[in-house]
Ligand binder design. Structure first.
Ligand SMILES: Nc1ncnc2c1ncn2[C@@H]1O[C@H](COP(=O)(O)OP(=O)(O)O)[C@@H](O)[C@H]1O
Ligand SMILES: O=P(O)(O)OC[C@H]1O[C@](O)(COP(=O)(O)O)[C@@H](O)[C@@H]1O
Ligand SMILES: [Mg+2]
Length: 482
């Protein structure tokens, strides 16, 4: 496995606090590359739009709420089609790879890259890196992707290219790119994948190749900074409702019924938070950013007892990364990792369910009926919903326009609603989290909606505030405290 990217950030400063966090361009290292008119100008669909092309100086502001005396924040390059492109249509040899865990919308993203390249840029060589993920680059399994072959894949869950964890060998991957004559690499994947894409880009740059590397971020649990939301998240929240509903039906149909639902979210609690807020059936939501304890006054077990006495049933949603400090303590775990180096978490849902059962068996005050639901793989495997489908189309188009315009080493996504190109170094190594204190009002809305205690001690509040500051610094919204 490679290390994280070390590209020097390309920062452009101007008047009035203008700070553009720019993305690399092929001409940074290959200044004499010729340009060509964008074929879209002759496309009957797109040429009717008067101002279809973006201006090369267009930027998107990361910060839209600014104070009189605070820094203006950073800008990113606006995504979209450019008047001039750096590839002739028949010169393009693109490839697409999907890595990491499944996420609804992967097939739409693949299909839309293929259709966008063929339809908008009259490209006719698009290779799918199969079987699978990064290691697929150095196996012989590839497939020619055509508009016909991707025709209805957006209706299916999973990825037609398959995916994998581990197996990132930068040199072998770039050798394969070079040997096959690939000059546009589209990489779809999560945080690990973005780190991998970053080192691939650096090796390509080191070899002085005319190869654009564009990535589409896939983080089902939305733990990506800078961009508004990741694809598949909306679908995941919707599908999570079904698990919560089932837990609610089970819980309310039996005396002292408790439904426990574990939702994805290793570092963040976005799916759990949004699904809880949306469902209104949840009595208690537990996420990584909000520590809790089991025993003691005002702590979780006491709250469960209270809610059962009041309502006769309750639903608990727990994000997979919640309470890891407690599970590690009680299960004396060893530090296991998956093939990609991700820490393997202990199943907090199972652990919590057992703890609740033990508590009520021990104190014999109340007989409870607990049902535990883990819908992780059911959620990941479904096809995307309508809004994620459209979103994936826009992401794919933004990636294609960027690569054709010669940008490289970038990921795409909406920043305050406008699509932008973001350099890898801005999104790798920092995680987006639900911030339970300070500025994040969503958690406050959740507490008010479930009417659960916050379970936070004053030390937790201090730690959470520090976490909020670190996250804001990570997002570039605030300067690091001196
Ligand atoms: N620091 C890294 N450098 C290079 N490749 C990496 C790095 N971290 C992860 N990868 C590779 O990225 C791919 C996907 O990573 P993984 O963490 O499994 O999924 P995700 O991208 O969804 O987070 C794997 O093939 C893994 O080897
Ligand atoms: O069984 P797998 O494929 O390792 O996946 C389990 C993990 O995949 C996820 O669904 C998503 O993780 P990634 O974003 O790293 O792919 C996690 O929430 C979960 O812990
Ligand atoms: Mg990941």
């Amino acid at each position: 496995m490679g290390s994280e990217g070390k590209t020097t950030p390309k920062i452009v400063r101007g008047e009035g606090g203008y700070v553009l966090v720019d993305v690399p361009h092929l001409i940074d290292d290959l200044p004499d590359l010729p340009t060509y008119p964008n074929p879209l100008q002759d496309n009957p669909a797109y040429s009717v739009v008067k101002q279809y092309f973006v201006d090369v100086n267009d930027t998107v502001a990361q910060k839209i709420v600014v104070h009189k005396s605070s820094p203006r924040g950073m800008l990113f390059r606006r995504a979209g089609p450019h008047q001039r492109v750096y590839f002739e249509s028949d010169e393009v040899h693109a490839c697409i790879v999907t890595c990491g865990g499944l996420c609804p919308g992967l097939n739409t993203a693949i299909g839309e890259i293929v259709c966008g390249l063929y339809g908008m840029y009259v490209v006719c060589k698009v290779l799918g890196i199969e079987v699978s993920g990064y290691r697929g680059f150095y196996s012989s399994n590839t497939t020619n992707l055509t508009q016909k072959s991707v025709n209805d894949i957006h209706k299916r869950g999973g990825t037609i290219l398959c995916t994998s964890r581990g197996g990132h060998d930068t040199l072998k991957i770039v050798d394969s790119i070079e040997d096959r004559g690939i000059n546009q690499v589209y990489i779809i994947g999560g945080d690990g994948t973005q780190k991998g894409a970053s080192v691939i880009f650096e090796e390509i740059q080191r070899r002085g190749l005319k190869v654009a590397v564009a990535s589409i971020p896939k983080m089902i649990d939305n733990d990506i900074v800078v961009i508004d939301q990741s694809f598949g998240f909306d679908t995941a929240v919707e599908e999570a409702q079904r698990a919560i509903s089932a837990a609610h039906v089970e819980a309310e149909s039996i005396e002292n019924g408790i439904g426990v639902v574990k939702l994805m979210g290793r570092y963040s609690g976005f799916i759990a938070t949004y699904a809880t807020l949306a469902s209104r059936d949840v009595d208690c939501c537990l996420i990584p950013g909000s520590p809790f304890r089991l025993e003691g006054k005002g702590e979780l077990l006491e709250f469960i007892e209270k809610r059962l006495k009041e309502n006769g049933h309750m639903v608990i949603v727990v994000a997979e990364g919640a309470g890891q400090d407690l599970t590690v303590e009680s299960m004396r775990s060893v530090d296991h990792q998956d093939a990609s180096g991700n820490k393997l978490l202990l199943d907090v849902g199972l652990w919590l369910s057992q703890k609740i059962k033990d508590h009520f068996t021990r104190n014999k005050k109340m007989h409870i009926n607990l049902k535990y639901i883990d819908p992780t793989y059911m959620i990941r495997a479904i096809p995307r919903n309508a809004s994620d489908n459209i979103y994936c189309t826009l992401l794919a188009h933004s990636a294609i326009h960027g690569a054709m315009a010669g940008y490289t080493g970038f990921t795409v996504g909406p920043v305050n609603g406008r699509h932008a190109y973001i350099p890898f170094h801005r999104i790798t190594g920092v995680q987006n989290k639900v911030v339970v204190t300070e500025t994040d009002r969503m958690w406050a809305r959740l507490l008010s909606s479930t009417n659960q205690p916050s379970f936070l001690s004053s030390k937790d509040v201090q730690d959470a505030k520090k976490g909020a500051t670190d996250a804001a610094v990570g997002r570039g919204e605030r300067e690091a405290p001196k």
